[in-house]
Design a binder for this molecule. Structure first.
Ligand SMILES: CC(C)(COP(=O)(O)OP(=O)(O)OC[C@H]1O[C@@H](n2cnc3c(N)ncnc32)[C@H](O)[C@@H]1OP(=O)(O)O)[C@@H](O)C(=O)NCCC(=O)NCCS
Length: 182
């Protein structure tokens, strides 16, 4: 692979395109308050984070409120936004824990299948380390849409910590984690 992704922090300017991309890639997810667009807006505006947490409270006891340390980045290729990645904590997590958020690449053939998934996860791991993260976790699942992601995660050292049947989905939740101190 000769080309590499470039990265920028999520901003008011690139948010609309980042949301469009992530909402399209994650359109298979069930309706929920925790959508890419809502998370991206909450990362830039504390009042939007409060709004999102109120919706999370009203939605289900299983969903945890998000802590203010919400960060997202966009990945570009030849100036085009082609990917998104992020880090978040819930209010119940220890300060040295982060979760991977809305990790995805545009589903076009010139972007997917080029090894950029590995680059994007390595960038996110580096960012997590810079934030002092010791344990990086991923909430993923065995739905067909997330099969390739499992390869990327496994190769990047994220081991399965637990699996749990999804009550309404017919698939299993998978929690993966990697100790970034090892
Ligand atoms: C996860 C994602 C970012 C990976 O990027 P990608 O461009 O598809 O994958 P890569 O080119 O980096 O390849 C990763 C691995 O998958 C393999 N792979 C890629 N496309 C494949 C395909 N269509 N069929 C089978 N294997 C494939 C690659 O060969 C590589 O494995 P290897 O290193 O053993 O050779 C991307 O697939 C995506 O956005 N998926 C949807 C969103 C998602 O699942 N996010 C995570 C939610 S938890």
């Amino acid at each position: 692979m000769s080309e590499h992704l470039q990265y920028l922090g999520l901003s008011e300017e690139n948010l609309p395109q980042a949301s469009k991309l992530a909402e399209r890639v994650f359109s298979y997810l069930l309706p929920s308050a925790v959508r890419p667009d809502a998370c991206f807006r909450a990362s830039l505006d504390p009042t939007k984070l409060d709004e999102l947490n109120r919706k999370i409270d009203g939605e289900s006891e299983a969903e945890k409120r998000l802590a203010p340390q919400l960060q997202y980045w966009i990945a570009t290729l030849r100036g085009r936004i082609v990917g998104v990645t992020g880090l978040y904590r819930t209010v119940d997590d220890n300060p040295d824990v982060r979760w991977l958020g809305w990790f995805c690449l545009d589903d076009s053939p010139e972007v997917r299948g080029q090894g950029f998934g590995d680059e994007l996860i390595q960038f996110t791991i580096d960012q997590a380390r810079r934030e002092g993260t010791k344990i990086l976790r991923i909430e993923t699942s065995d739905v067909p849409e997330e099969q390739i992601a499992q390869k990327v995660y496994e190769k990047a050292g994220f081991r399965i910590a637990s699996t749990e049947p999804h009550p309404s989905h017919g698939h299993n939740w998978i929690i993966r984690e990697r100790n970034l101190e090892e």
